[in-house]
Ligand binder design. Structure first.
Ligand code: ATP
Ligand code: MG
Length: 459
């Protein structure tokens, strides 16, 4: 229906993927609000056009504009070469090896300017699984469009004329809320398996359905992700987790049968119900923060995703006779070593994770100077937020979290009082065995409570 209607008003025939002529929508035919286009994006397209080049807003920004959403960043596509672009702007840097692009900076704002890419060449270097390794040729706009991933990501908007150029039926797919890969799905996933993660991310974020042919090959081809350099998978996964729809993404991955094998991390995370509860809470809180425009720390996120793996190893080390604190460090080492390799976790993120984990037993020491010292720790807030998640998931007694909240918010005098009245000894753990506990403590998993509890036995 919608397709027919659009074709009718535009007088266009449906084209194959080799489309060389775009459907062009004028300002009256789409609902883009020009005010949503950033002044810097206008500056860049205007400057390029004044110098005689073609220049468009492209990709996710056009998609978002058509959906009436303010884009979070603007990518620009042009027929100017990177060198030609660079010459036009004061702060412009050519970056990238696989494919050169130009970063144009205005204050803190960064715009990516990309030269139209040509059709991939059959002789482009590929790995043994068919993944394209390097492809550096420029080409006309219609070839650039055909190389993009999904129809809704392959439209061009010219702010000067307010026209949208659509080569692959993106407008129709926006209207019917569908994610459709451009070209032959198997071939496109083979060229770049990361597109399988992207389709899930966009489906969850935009609440679009995945068109059947785009969806069908994914369960079979998912293992190809393993051949992609870990750093790239990590970047894409971080986008997924920080999209503000992380939980929906994970649920979508499950629905698509992609939670096994696509990302080893998810296999680990989604195996146990208690772990799932913890991860769900962590992602809900991350999503809330992103939606509220607050910062999210990748360290906290990954510390949450991998916590139950740490917990399991920690308990194993303790059961083997190791003292609690060294046991926790050994467990953290094991998990970080394993995941750093698989995920290409950056060193800084790894060290943030370690800080958060190793702070945990210290929350169970509530005597003497220990609580004040912990409060002064520059990473206290992250460790405390993490503790609250543990309590909320039923792993630890709620009382411990409540005590720390009171302590955190109290004045010095009240703090002394809280310390004086704190349950002595092992914090959350001991009470786990108490018959007087409320229903929350019954929720605790096998691994629960045992955590830091015994860790401060000697304090
Ligand atoms: P977001 O709003 O999450 O940034 P986006 O669509 O802008 O979404 P980017 O990763 O910023 O996503 O990529 C910009 C554009 O580059 C995409 O819209 C798409 O046209 C193209 N693109 C990105 N990654 C790929 C890929 N793996 N294969 C083909 N085209 C891609
Ligand atoms: Mg983008």
């Amino acid at each position: 229906m919608i397709k027919k209607f659009i074709r009718k008003i535009l007088g266009k025939k449906e084209g194959a993927n080799g489309n060389t002529e775009p459907v062009v929508l004028g300002p009256g035919q789409h609902k883009i609000d020009p005010k949503l286009v950033s002044s810097n994006a206008l500056r860049v397209t205007q400057t390029l056009q004044d110098a005689g080049y073609e220049a468009f807003v492209v990709g996710g920004a056009v998609r978002d504009l058509l959906l009436g959403v303010k884009p979070k960043d603007f990518d620009i596509a042009t027929n100017a070469t990177p060198e030609q672009v660079k010459r036009l702007f004061r702060r412009a840097f050519i970056i990238g090896k696989r494919f050169q692009i130009v970063h144009v900076m205005f204050g803190q704002d960064l715009l990516e300017v990309t030269t139209f890419r040509g059709a991939s060449q059959d002789n482009a270097p590929k790995d043994e699984h068919g993944r394209v390794l390097r492809d550096n040729n420029f080409g006309p706009q219609h070839e650039d469009a055909a190389r993009r991933d999904f129809t809704i990501n392959a439209m061009y908007y010219n702010p000067a004329t307010q026209e949208v150029l659509d080569y692959h039926g993106g407008i129709e797919d926006i209207a019917s809320k569908q994610l459709r890969i451009i070209g032959q799905p198997e071939a496109r996933y083979r060229e770049d398996p990361v597109r399988m993660l992207r389709v899930v991310r966009f489906a969850a974020k935009l609440q679009f359905t995945i068109e059947p042919a785009t969806r069908a090959p994914i369960p079979v081809m998912a293992p190809l992700i393993n051949n992609v350099p870990a750093a790239r998978v990590f970047d894409e996964m971080l986008k997924l987790l920080m999209s503000g729809h992380a939980l929906a993404c994970l649920q979508q991955l499950r629905k698509e049968g992609l939670h096994h094998g696509l990302l080893p991390l998810l296999d680990v995370v989604l195996e146990q119900p208690i772990s799932m509860k913890f991860v769900t809470l962590a992602l809900e809180s991350t999503d809330r923060r992103v939606m509220a425009g607050k910062g999210v720390s990748p360290g906290f996120l990954f510390a949450s995703l991998l916590w139950h793996q740490v917990l399991e190893k920690w308990n194993a080390y303790k059961a083997a006779g190791e003292s609690p604190i060294p046991a926790l460090h050994l467990a953290a080492d094991d998990v970080l070593e394993d995941q750093t390799e698989k995920l290409a976790l950056q060193r800084r993120i790894g060290s943030d994770m370690r800080d958060i984990w190793s702070m945990q037993p210290r929350f169970e020491r509530r005597q003497g100077k220990a609580p004040i010292k912990l409060l002064e720790n520059p990473r206290f807030r992250a460790g405390y937020d993490f503790l609250l998640l543990r309590c909320e998931s039923g792993e630890l007694d709620a009382e411990l979290g409540e005590w720390w909240t009171a302590f955190y918010e109290a004045d010095p005098e009240q703090r002394e009082e809280l310390i004086a009245n704190a349950p002595s000894g092992n914090g959350g753990a001991k009470r786990k065995r108490s018959p007087r506990r409320g229903p929350r403590s019954r929720n605790r998993g096998e691994n629960g409570g045992g955590s830091g509890g015994s860790g401060d036995g000697g304090e």
